[in-house]
Design a protein around this ligand. Structure first.
Ligand code: NAD
Length: 501
């Protein structure tokens, strides 16, 4: 356990980062942060109430004129300093992320934290690169151009699966474009979002530009979404809560960005490299204990390879090392909470009535929120285990015959966040990329993301893009500016009003 806990001393002042300082929440309710690997409470804090949300929005509103008025170069410099502070504190961030989420330390160290540093460096560069149409004389008598302007105060809500990366994906494009922000992390995992805001302040990003309210969804979350001084809502979370957030944001006429659930298909054609597909399916389904919106969840295998894949995946899953997230050899940590573990177990237990549990399907009795890597076969395409987002280390395998059928099955859920196709035939690969309805299609891999490329869903997985230059579309508004070039009192178009006078 050694160096797990001293980092928590820094939250002694509270878990609300408002106007550059930590303070306690005023809701009158406390929240425990539990180490899911042991079940022990490691910290307790006072949740944000609506007054804390009001204070954070006021701080963000107060900071907006100066921050949106800074030059792109000034914002870029601040973001470069921010990236440097994050990189200096990488070890701390990794430990706290592993503590509050139960992530294997090698995942926090090699994925969550460097991904966040890289994202920050990307947006430092992108801040100077807002692109738009060039100015032109489109009417003949006028010069038109487009201004891309910051929107105002952004209210963002994030989930618990990648708390640090989700904070980065929400905060960075928003502030790079000149907005200020109030972020509400999931109440069970606020710590690295608070450290992220603290690093922003320490890097010289003005107080009030980045605020964090650690509160519950129903009160602090809904209050933030409905707040009249919040101009935009960006939400990452489940589709069910996303619908509720959309209702509130729509009724208060806000710009809306929704990154919702997924149920990613993994389509293996009969010419694929079977060994690579087995490795890819296990890694793609178990990353972050399967609590990844793009995780491989449905493996469709063309009939000639089906048995080989079923056996191969079960064998590799059985060799995965579950254990203490702080042990560098641990492959799979616990789920984020005992409640999430029980939810996952519920899906598998219900599936026993209509499908085969090939491997796994058990929760080790060690006090932590662990669940064994699980492969399920013989389920019908319309069954719950194939159609619903489980968000755990559970993979379903199904056979298909024709290419048409494989692609149709891949598209047969309400979601459309990500997918992969496995083949050595360039035409099959091309067809899969065109016909699978998802915001990302990988060929012969599943999971990698990069700061330069957009991440976001189709259909019930939401709309709008995180990361990449495309996220500036979300966090800026476009203004058409038109100059008259004639200097005439009576313009040519006035004929439509004054007739022939
Ligand atoms: P969730 O929807 O339960 O909660 C997400 C956030 O919404 C939390 O901060 C929560 O406190 C808040 N919230 C809850 N009720 C609210 C309400 N009524 N009003 C406002 N806010 C409310 O999701 P979760 O369980 O934390 O995370 C898992 C989900 O997130 C999965 O569905 C996963 O697919 C999705 N996710 C999507 C992406 C993506 O990029 N599309 C990325 C990560 C996670």
């Amino acid at each position: 356990m050694g160096d797990r806990f001293p980092v928590l001393d820094r939250f002694a002042d509270g878990a609300q980062h408002i106007g550059g300082r930590l303070r306690p929440g005023t809701s009158g309710r406390t929240q425990e942060i539990v180490d899911p690997a042991s079940g022990d409470a490691v910290h307790r804090y006072e949740l944000a109430g609506t007054e804390d949300v009001d204070a954070a929005v006021a701080a963000a509103r107060g900071a907006f004129p100066q921050w949106s008025g800074a030059t792109p170069g000034e914002r870029s410099d601040a973001l470069h300093r921010f990236a440097a502070v994050l990189a200096e504190r990488a070890g701390d961030f990794a430990r706290v992320e592993s503590l509050q989420c139960g992530k294997p330390i090698k995942l926090s160290t090699e994925f969550d934290v460097p991904g966040t540093v890289d994202n920050t460096a990307f947006f430092a560069g992108a801040a100077r690169h807002l692109q738009g149409q060039s100015a032109g004389e489109y009417s003949g008598d006028h010069t038109s151009y487009v201004r891309r302007e910051a929107i105002g105060v952004v209210g963002s809500i994030a989930p618990w699966n990648y708390p640090l990366q989700m904070a980065a994906w929400k905060v960075l494009p928003a502030i790079a474009a000149g907005n200020t922000i109030v972020l509400k992390p999931a109440e069970i995992t606020p710590l690295t979002s608070l450290m992220f805001a603290q690093a922003a302040t320490d890097a010289g990003i003005p107080e009030g530009v980045v605020n964090v309210v650690s509160g519950a969804g129903r009160d602090a979350g809904e209050h933030l979404v409905g707040h009249p001084d919040v101009a935009m809502t960006s939400f990452t979370g489940s589709t069910a809560i996303g619908k509720r957030v959309a209702e509130i944001a729509t009724s208060t006429v806000k710009r809306l960005h929704l990154e919702l659930g997924g149920k990613a298909p993994f389509v293996v054609f009969d010419d694929a490299d079977p060994e690579a597909a087995v490795q890819g399916a296990v890694a793609g389904s178990l990353i972050n204990s399967g609590q990844d919106c793009t995780a491989a969840t449905r493996v469709y295998v063309q009939r000639p390879l089906y048995e080989q894949l079923r056996e191969g995946i079960a064998d590799v899953m059985a060799g995965v090392r579950l254990g203490d997230p702080f042990d560098p050899s641990t492959d799979l940590g616990p789920l984020v909470s005992h409640a999430q573990r029980d939810r996952v177990a519920g899906f598998v237990d219900r599936a026993r009535a209509y499908a085969t549990v090939v491997t796994g399907g058990e929760a080790p009795k060690n006090g932590g929120a662990f669940y064994l890597p699980t492969l399920i076969a013989d389920a019908a395409q319309d069954s719950e285990i194939v159609q619903s987002e489980i968000f755990g280390p559970v993979l379903v395998i199904l056979p298909f015959d024709s290419d048409d059928e494989g692609i149709a099955l891949a598209n047969d859920t309400p979601y459309g966040l990500a997918a992969s196709a496995w083949t050595r035939d360039v035409y099959r690969a091309g067809r899969a990329t065109r016909e699978i309805k998802a915001g990302c299609v990988w060929i012969n891999d599943h999971i990698p993301i990069i700061s330069e490329m957009p991440h976001g869903g189709y259909r019930a997985s939401g709309f709008g893009k995180d990361m990449s230059a495309y996220s500036f579309e979300e966090y800026t508004q476009v203004k058409h500016v038109m100059f008259d070039n004639t200097a005439e009192v009576r313009k040519d178009w006035h004929r439509t009003v004054f007739g022939d006078r």
